[in-house]
Design a protein around this ligand. Structure first.
Ligand code: IPM
Ligand code: MG
Length: 343
């Protein structure tokens, strides 16, 4: 029997519910596939601040350091960026794949969506999120600033990951950049240098504003999309619109040792928090990426089958419910029950 330690950091808002739901489902699939999961909970965000005086306290760092994977819910502010930086989780993978039973749920026309399968590769520990910043005052008044700084090696190391991914997919890598306004961040040239070793991958640089438009006009065109921290953040939310709900999307953030932080790409959703309405599938998708990182293919397959089955039967959480005859509205808990029954 294989043992894994999971650090569970539910955070705030619906983070609490979606992590709990996902862990319930995971324990079920673990039993079936002879895996032993040990869950250690840690505080992050507002609750951590209240108890320990820090958004990302040493106690939580300790729990994460001992884990084989970190399952994260959501925070409203504070904690997350520190966590990502602490473990150098520079690779953020955000897959966007349209489920066939949800093809009518996107705001885009159906014919644009079939077969859409995009992997966003976002640099996660540098760029404008982590550059020199501050608020100051000069003769013209108060001002604020954040600096977008990238070392060439940071761009090259994430480029290598994206190229590897593209090599094992459809061999197309689109690189988001803004060199017409930000020429000192030469993503195109740096990625091209690394791409020399990947002649099988077609590299397509694209201005990020145009890329945003192309994602809506022709999402089927794309395979792997590489972007810096800020561009990757913005573009990957567009992915939520493509699949019908941001509640469906998960992510993995990895460092060079292969340790990972797994989190849905949605936020705390305070409007529905505590109401048993949240969609846990984004967190479950993230947990499936954790299983993938561990090489637990059979467990993923069981989960994927249950997932497809449940959506095909019409079960929908609030975010996906349109009061159609073909739909059955379910709570977070009810969705968990459905998974447990099928697993
Ligand atoms: C995300 C989120 C975070 C980010 C926020 C909460 C800081 O939007 O993971 O996409 O911008 O990275
Ligand atoms: Mg975001």
């Amino acid at each position: 029997m294989k043992h894994y330690k999971i650090a569970a950091l539910p955070g705030e808002g619906i983070g609490l519910e979606v992590v709990e739901a996902t862990l319930n489902i995971l324990q079920h699939v673990a039993t079936r596939h002879n895996l032993k999961l040990q869950i250690n909970y840690g505080l992050i965000g507002e609750q951590a601040l209240k108890k320990y005086g820090s958004y990302f306290p040493a106690e939580t760092l300790q729990i994460c350091s001992q884990a084989d994977g970190i399952l994260f819910g959501a925070v409203s502010k504070g904690g997350l960026l520190e966590l990502r930086k602490q473990f150098d989780f520079f690779v953020n993978l955000r897959p966007v794949k349209v489920c066939s039973s949800l093809i009518n749920y996107s705001s885009l026309k159906k014919n644009l969506l079939s077969e859409v399968d995009i992997l966003f590769v976002r640099e996660l520990v540098s760029g404008i999120y982590f550059g020199v910043s501050g608020r100051e005052k000069d003769r013209q008044g108060n001002y604020g600033y954040h600096t977008m700084k990238y070392y060439d090696w940071q761009i090259k190391r994430i480029a290598k990951v994206a190229l590897e991914k593209a090599r094992h997919r459809k061999n197309l890598l689109t690189v988001a950049h803004k060199e017409n306004a930000l020429p000192h961040l030469p993503w195109t040239r740096l990625v091209a240098e690394v791409a020399g070793a990947y002649p099988d991958v077609k590299v397509e640089p694209m201005l990020v504003d145009n890329l945003a438009m192309q994602l809506v006009i022709n999402p089927q065109h794309f395979d792997v999309i590489l972007g810096g921290n800020l561009f990757g953040d913005i573009l990957s939310d567009l992915g939520g619109a493509l699949v019908g709900s941001i509640g469906l999307l998960g992510s993995a953030s990895l460092n060079s040792n292969g340790l990972g932080l797994y989190e849905p790409i949605h936020g705390t959703a305070p409007d529905i928090a505590g109401k048993n309405q949240a969609n846990p599938l984004g967190t479950l998708a993230s947990a499936m990426m954790m299983l993938e990182q561990w090489g637990e293919v059979e467990a993923i397959n069981s989960l994927q089958q249950a997932w497809d089955n449940i959506l095909a039967q019409g079960y929908r959480t609030q975010d996906l419910y349109n009061s159609l005859d073909t739909e059955i509205l379910v709570s977070t808990q009810e969705l968990v029950q459905l998974f447990c029954k099928l697993l």
